[in-house]
Write a protein that binds this ligand. Sequence first.
Ligand SMILES: Nc1nc2c(ncn2[C@@H]2O[C@H](COP(=O)(O)OP(=O)(O)OP(=O)(O)O)[C@@H](O)[C@H]2O)c(=O)[nH]1
Length: 201
Amino acid sequence: MATAGTNQRQAKLVLLGDMGAGKSSLVLRFTKGQFFDYQESTIGAAFLTQTLSVNDTTIKFEIWDTAGQERYHSLAPMYYRGAAAAIIVYDITNPDSFTRAKKWVQELQSQGSSSLVMALAGNKADLEAKRSTKPEEAQAYAEENGLFFMETSAKTSQNVMELFYEIAKRLPKLQPAAQPAGISFSERSAPPASKSSMCCV
Ligand SMILES: Nc1nc2c(ncn2[C@@H]2O[C@H](COP(=O)(O)OP(=O)(O)OP(=O)(O)O)[C@@H](O)[C@H]2O)c(=O)[nH]1
């Protein structure tokens, strides 16, 4: 049974990446344990929250899922400004989306906070047969640029919890949350890579 940590923290987290890379799907998998084959393209941005416990700390993620369409690019600073963490998502089957992910990394490096925790997520890992970006290439890029890297699948849940859990562990000391958390995951109950474990209290 998951138990909430004794310390409450909040962390603004933003997802950036090309349209169709799977940002909304990753957030939906993380927050609700759901996946849709036909996920509508995000307009502007969507806001969701989810809490997760690491050791004795419960972190409330305040998640901004941004729209990947180029016409929304100019809105992005509103969402990454003040963020504690960013997930830059690309689609492992789409080389353009990897190029676009690198552009987001550059933008965050020049405009984002120096203490920003950055994760690179190679999503759609279930589509191995259509892969265009090798994990070694993405891993090397991530290491060179101070990100941590994981391949994920919003469809199968592979590494989705692990991605957010890894971010939580890397967060610096955060401000106390304004409100107590409603849903929690404990370190002990972190699920294996292939399973989604969503629970509500
Ligand atoms: N096979 C597979 N399909 C996925 C995965 N994640 C997302 N998709 C599909 O990819 C499409 C786009 O997913 P979205 O989550 O809307 O992508 P997005 O990055 O939020 O797109 P924008 O809102 O346009 O920026 C949808 O049809 C999803 O079902 C995955 O891990 N595996």
